[in-house]
Design a protein around this ligand. Sequence first.
Ligand code: ADP
Length: 304
Amino acid sequence: MNSVTVRAPSSTANLGPGFDVFGLALDAFYDEVQLTKQKHGISIITDDSIPVSPRKNTTGLVVEYMKKKFRIKSGVQIRIKKGVPAGFGMGSSAASAAATAVAFNKLFSLGLDGNTLVECAGVGELASAGSIHYDNVSASVLGGFIIVRTKPLDVIKILPPSDLRLVVAVPKITVPKKKTQVSRSVVPKHIPLSDSVVNLANASSIVAGFVRKDSELIGKSIQDVIIEPARAHLIPGFYQVKKNSLKAGALGVTISGAGPSVISFATKKSNLKKIADAMKKGFANKRIDSQIVICKPSNGAKTI
Ligand code: ADP
């Protein structure tokens, strides 16, 4: 085998109270990464506006790491086709990293398990977020709902209920270059115990909702009194979008990852078109156009 192509989905991190712990793969957008053996070195080819230097692109870091870890001598050419918009809280760099780890595993017949693929894909996040974090990459690699425990790394996957639906609003605004760093800097360092109790109760209920396949329980537990209030001001129109969506029947609404996308949780029975229109109007109130996607959870990265 000389070449492998893998398609990996977008993802939403946090799901409100699960900051840095929860991830959910979404079949809203996909990245495609093709790895081809070449004589020497690592090279990146793409038409999209992302860095092409291997050290600055999540895919390059993953290939470099995996080459070293598994003592692979061959050079690798990386061809990237972006489908996940970069920098909007949809796990864009993670989707590329996930696709790369899965493709590398296949190209060199390594037979790696899910945890190892996640560990390798996580290294890529150094290029985008400046630190290794696993919520988006685990969701993108494995699919479904993910709980990430660190020290030691333990990635727990739960299959989402089949009637869970999400409506994502991606505002067409210019995101600052250091968006993830900015949105991390506003997160409070100290929190009242009472707030921690509220978030813990909601996070636990979200997990219970996934285990019991209860989309209503998941949706109504998407409530975060710690991170969302601190970050909301970074997203113009956030509270209007949230209010409109809840009024249109969404069960829960929060920031997707570090934003600026906003995600609503609903079920197959909800009026999804009404929620979508309501979210669009929320951003339009601030004269911001947005791309709205109605989607389901995704099954993760696949070879194509
Ligand atoms: P989000 O999770 O909000 O989509 P990311 O963590 O994906 O944000 O960060 C996007 C940043 O990562 C951009 O500045 C982009 O230049 C950088 N980046 C590096 N490699 C990639 C890649 N393969 N795909 C997308 N973005 C990448």
